[in-house]
Design a protein around this ligand. Structure first.
Ligand code: HEM
Ligand SMILES: *[C@@H]1O[C@H](CO)[C@@H](O)[C@H](O)[C@H]1NC(C)=O
Ligand SMILES: *[C@@H]1O[C@H](CO)[C@@H](O)[C@H](O)[C@H]1NC(C)=O
Ligand SMILES: *[C@@H]1O[C@H](CO)[C@@H](O)[C@H](O)[C@H]1NC(C)=O
Length: 216
């Protein structure tokens, strides 16, 4: 058996236990309709695609454009910006009718994470749900810096070519999908991956955000 099929088997076996092997094949993805370019990776059982774009800055904190594409079988999906469940902002997404919801949480224990008011998510154009998939496109203000347990300030490095993130997902939607403050249940899978943040930088970041804003 060649290397690739064997790796696929190992990943499938781990996924069966709810844990996905670390993945780091981050690539560049540009949306044809909007011209927005992200660093992206597809991970996990579903799989779920995570896309990130950031401004062309030398240091954090900075705002983050996050796009999540998940099959309809995914009830909720979340990314933990510090690379683990605990002590970092978590951005969550799920489907609600023909659109999607973004939510912020922060966990200090391996239980239901708390609502996190220090991070704001604005749902942008390109947030849709259809028969097969849901897509969340959101601006997070407050996801690139946080206070760790013990009080140390953490800031994401925009120059990191392999920044570590964690994700989790469940097939069960939140209790009230219309409400970003809704409770939800434990993940059926979780894992870690790296993304090239340096490649996610763009001078066009602000104009992209402006373009994607949903006008009332
Ligand atoms: C009701 C909500 C949640 C509950 C009850 C919960 C509970 C737990 C428990 C008991 C573990 C340790 C056992 C294991 O490894 O499976 C764990 C690990 C983990 N969870 Fe959660 N979790 C919840 C939400 C989340 C969310 C929203 C994320 C978002 C990324 C997340 C990410 C992770 C990760 C990455 C791990 C691996 C260990 C770590 O990084 O601390 N969890 N969770
Ligand atoms: C989404 O649903 C809303 C309310 O049900 C409807 O007004 C809107 O036209 C729908 N949008 C699309 C793109 O289908
Ligand atoms: C449903 O949404 C997904 C992801 O947003 C997209 O790739 C797919 O083309 C859509 N399907 C239809 C029938 O529009
Ligand atoms: C989030 O929004 C609130 C209310 O508009 C604002 O006071 C706060 O500064 C925002 N936080 C960040 C990190 O942008």
């Amino acid at each position: 058996m060649g290397f690739i099929p064997r790796l696929a088997l190992v990943v499938a076996a781990l996924a069966g236990h709810g844990f996905t092997a670390p993945t780091s094949a981050s690539a560049k993805y540009c949306d044809e309709a909007t011209g927005v370019c992200y660093s992206e990776i597809s991970v996990g059982v579903a799989p779920i695609t995570w896309r990130i774009a950031i401004p062309a800055v030398e240091e954090g904190p900075f705002d983050v454009l996050l796009q999540v594409v998940a099959p309809k079988t995914v009830g909720w999906a979340g990314i933990a910006w510090g690379g683990g469940m605990l002590y970092n902002p978590i951005s969550l997404g799920w489907a609600n009718g023909n659109t999607t919801v973004a939510a912020a949480r922060f966990a200090t224990a391996h239980v239901q994470p708390e609502i996190y008011e220090q991070a704001n998510h604005t749902v942008l154009q390109g947030s849709t749900a259809n028969a097969t998939h849901w897509t969340l496109t959101t601006l997070c203000q407050g996801c690139s810096t946080w206070i760790h347990n013990g009080g140390a300030k953490e800031v994401l490095d925009p120059g990191a070519t392999a920044a570590s993130f964690a994700f989790a997902a469940s097939a069960v939607p939140p209790v009230d999908p219309t409400d970003s403050l809704s409770p939800f249940g434990i993940h059926s899978e979780h894992g870690i991956f790296t993304l090239d943040l340096a490649a996610a930088k763009s001078e066009q970041f602000n104009s992209w955000v402006e373009k994607l804003e949903v006008k009332p």
